[in-house]
Design a protein around this ligand. Structure first.
Ligand SMILES: *Cc1c(COP(=O)(O)O)cnc(C)c1O
Ligand SMILES: [Zn+2]
Length: 414
């Protein structure tokens, strides 16, 4: 059973039942799941968690789903890798990569969808839908296949070919929309009033949001139940970033970790960086922009949770940084060539932003730092435009040695 007790408006605090609703009727602010932490603290401990499955469902007491046997395709409990090579390169002694490329559909979205699809089943939806830049659609399609539900996924027509294939294999109904992600999102909001489907990131958004906080649970557990000094994560809508913070707060509330002193750093692509703009300008409001970047998974000009992401960066004593598309690609290559992890461009944004923060002295050498890498690279190979120059040889030792320049003297064998 779940210890979620209701939905609560983030602004005015009004309470709502655990239904498929996401916006407060009174002030139009987002709704958030609230829990009975007293009851949870009686059933949860470091030991009970350690005995759970190696998926996000090891934290099921902190998720808003009733079913004991959740529909699952193996999401979560991804590696926290000590990144000594990258750390040395950029000047950090204790750098870790949270490698969320290693989820079933290759991005952290599986965490959010795992929770939302199970909630959709519980609320008796037979159809799920989503507005996506690509990764969410793949995850919704995969989970719908496993849950035997119908899925409609909406993506911008410009979605990368590799991502489209990565969605189509699960056979959802794919709708490409001639417009930006922000247009797709608006369309889905309208459709959600006409069709009684579970829109994963519209009417099911409060449940979808909860899945992402498991990244923070895992980071703390994998560090031996402590919160890091700094966490860096990319932001599109800003939702992931806000839930990373919520996850830390909850563990502290439950005394599973001590007081939280983590500085939260939000990273965006310069061509779509309304949250960073607001942070730098000292504004309290996030003004929408027209997104223009190759970092498609975070190309959101009008971030639904931008305000709360901004408050998280400010309130935690963290920061906000944007990087150019070229810097993002350099970041992808640096991560691959130092740590053997091939991320998509959103991961490159995080690495490039980390580099800037370290060289500016904001993040210091001794800070225990975790960079959250949210999605894998192989489906968006077109973003890597660097020329590839293999050595081409005949299938002979002579040719190999000649072409690679190893054949200086011919000693004629022994
Ligand atoms: C969706 C996504 C993000 C951004 O998540 P938000 O919650 O919208 O801020 C970051 N990285 C990847 C790879 C994503 O797919
Ligand atoms: Zn309200």
């Amino acid at each position: 059973m779940t210890y979620a007790i209701g939905l609560r408006c983030r602004k005015c605090g009004r309470e709502y039942p655990l239904q498929a609703i996401h916006i407060c009727d009174f002030c139009l602010s987002p709704l958030e799941v609230s829990y009975d932490y007293k009851a949870i603290s009686k059933v949860i401990s470091r030991d009970t968690i350690a005995r759970g499955p190696t998926t996000i469902w090891r934290y099921r007491h902190l998720l808003p789903v009733n079913s004991g046997e959740a529909t699952d395709i193996g999401t979560g409990f991804t590696p926290l890798v000590k990144a000594d090579n990258l750390g040395e390169e950029i000047g950090l002694e204790k750098l870790y990569i949270k490698n969320d490329c290693l989820n079933p559909t290759y991005s952290f979205k599986d965490r959010a969808v795992s929770v939302a699809v199970n909630k959709a089943k519980e609320l008796n939806f037979d159809t799920v839908a989503c507005a996506s830049t690509g990764n969410l659609a793949a995850s919704v399609a995969a989970y719908a296949a496993k849950a035997k539900m119908k899925a409609y996924v909406f993506v911008p027509a410009g979605v990368e070919a590799g991502k489209l294939t990565g969605i189509a294999v699960y056979k959802p109904i794919i709708v490409t929309v001639d417009g930006s992600y922000d247009d797709v999102n608006r369309l889905c909001a309208e459709l959600s009033h006409r069709y009684s489907w579970g829109f994963i990131n519209v009417n099911l958004r409060p449940y979808y949001a909860e899945g992402s906080k498991t990244i923070s649970y895992e980071i703390c557990e994998q560090l031996g139940w402590q919160a890091p000094d700094c966490i860096l994560a990319p932001a599109g809508s800003g939702l992931l970033f806000t839930r990373l913070w919520k996850g830390l707060q909850e563990l502290s509330t439950l005394d599973l970790i001590g007081p939280v002193n983590t500085h939260m750093f939000v990273l965006q692509a310069q061509g779509s960086s309304p949250i960073v703009h607001a942070f730098e300008a000292g504004n309290l409001h996030v003004h929408p922009v027209k997104a223009n970047t190759i970092v498609s998974s975070i190309a959101i000009g009008n971030p639904a949770d931008g305000y709360y992401a901004l408050m998280t960066a400010r309130g935690s004593g963290g920061g906000a940084v944007s990087v150019t598309d070229d810097e993002a690609i350099e970041g992808v290559l640096l991560l691959a060539q130092t740590e053997g992890i091939f991320a998509e461009a959103a991961g490159g944004v995080v690495i490039a932003g980390l580099k800037k923060l370290v060289s500016a002295g904001v993040i210091e050498k001794h800070h225990l730092t975790v960079a959250v890498i949210t999605g894998a690279g192989p489906r968006t190979q077109e973003t890597i435009t660097h020329p590839i120059k293999p050595f081409t040889v005949w299938p002979s030792v002579e040719s190999f040695e000649e072409v690679l320049g190893f054949r200086t003297i011919d000693i004629g064998g022994i």
